[in-house]
Design a protein around this ligand. Structure first.
Ligand code: NAP
Ligand code: ZN
Length: 352
């Protein structure tokens, strides 16, 4: 079996460190990928620190914003060939026959999709290992085509931050004439601003960081509101059609629900370690508002998003880091100090 090298956490309270493990030989339907870049999602941090109900299996190799080149393909692979530029996101498999899979919503697989890391590996029976590594083997149905024209490091975050914001914006029909709020300018939030703008909406960014106002506008927000400023918040009461809330920490949802107009929806995509305080029912019934959630996106929709981004020249604003910098990057992410996605340059990962 081909040896893989990567970075893993061995316990929730330990830093990530160098780790060697096996990847499977490609089966007939597998694509083997040499990883060029991997984005750093806040979910990686939640997972390696075991903040989601104690379900992390250690050692844990995180990473689900993967781009690279195909190095080998199985006999029956028809969509990819050696040398192709490809991507892998948050899923590497699903049951393939439930109602959700049939409809192309593999992320809602009724039998549970296989997560790119910390998932149940159908082949080894063990756990899946993610993209903070030099190579990965994935069944071709879960591999995405990536354009060679764009900056590859900036494409990597589209595989999670891009699709997680694209999918709800599409599902709730965001388009020209809509006023859309985006809460939090981090990895997901900055993609939401770019995508909502490209879909034609008037975009209002809500941030806790006064230092991000200029960037918010540069990224495409028509208005930037400092969410701690009560008067500035009041100016938007009853005005927004849709809000995408990307915040990774528990906070008062009522402050945002009150900004929705009649029939407006706030969709949560942030998954904090502890739940938000329960919102006031009055805020929902007063304007028939909805509070919703959304999980990444299906494979076909991920391809649609990659093609949409290629067409609109959209990539992530990134800070490229070396593999060794990952533990510092996590601390900066916790301090909302990311502009606006860390991406690991896998050329800096060397065998020891
Ligand atoms: P991130 O880059 O760390 O961005 C989160 C942003 O939230 C921060 O930049 C900050 O923006 C804001 N924020 C942080 N702490 C806050 C606080 N205490 N109060 C208010 N705002 C705060 O994280 P990310 O990678 O975008 O991920 C965001 C969340 O989405 C995470 O919980 C992650 O696990 C989750 N996620 C969900 C899915 C899904 O499928 N639903 C997929 C991927 C990630 P400002 O400085 O602008 O306030
Ligand atoms: Zn992610």
């Amino acid at each position: 079996m081909p040896l893989a090298i990567g970075y893993a956490a061995h316990a929730a309270d330990q830093e990530l460190e160098y780790f060697e493990f096996d990847r499977r030989e490609p089966t007939a339907l597998d694509v083997e990928i040499e990883i060029a870049y991997c984005g750093v999602c806040h979910s990686d941090l939640h997972q390696v620190r075991d903040e989601w109900g104690g379900n992390t299996v250690f050692p844990c190799v995180p990473g689900h914003e993967i781009v690279g080149k195909v190095t080998r393909v199985g006999d029956k692979v028809s969509k990819f060939k050696v040398g192709d530029t490809v991507g892998v996101g948050c899923m590497v498999d699903s049951c393939g026959h439930c109602h959700s899979c049939d409809e192309g919503h593999e992320q809602y697989c009724e039998n549970g999709f296989v997560a790119t890391y910390n998932g149940e590996d159908k082949h080894s029976g063990g756990v899946t290992y993610g993209g903070y590594s030099n190579r990965i083997t994935v069944t071709e149905e879960f591999v995405l085509r990536v354009s060679d024209d764009a900056d590859l490091a900036g494409v990597a975050p589209l595989l999670c931050a891009g699709i997680t914001t694209y999918s709800p914006l599409r599902y709730w029909g965001v388009s020209k004439g809509h006023k859309v709020g985006v809460v939090g300018l981090g990895g997901l939030g900055h993609m939401a601003v770019k995508l909502a703008k490209a879909m034609g909406a008037e975009v209002v960014l809500f941030t806790t960081s006064p230092g991000k106002v200029d960037d918010g506008k540069r990224l495409g927000a028509d208005h930037v509101v400092i969410s701690k400023d009560e008067d500035a918040m009041k100016a938007w009461v009853n005005s927004l059609d849709f809000i995408l809330n990307t915040v990774a920490a528990p906070h008062n949802l009522d402050e945002y629900l009150g900004l929705l107009r009649l029939n407006g929806t706030m969709c949560l995509v942030g998954v904090p370690a502890e739940s938000h305080p329960s919102p006031a029912v009055f805020n929902l019934i007063a304007k028939r508002r909805s509070l919703a959630g959304s999980l990444i996106g299906g494979i076909a929709e991920t391809q649609e998003m990659l093609d949409f981004c290629a067409e609109h020249n959209i990539t992530s604003d990134i800070e490229l880091i070396a593999m060794d910098d990952i533990n510092d990057a996590y601390e900066r992410m916790l301090n909302s100090d990311v502009k606006y996605r860390f991406v690991i340059d896998m050329a800096t990962l060397k065998q020891r």
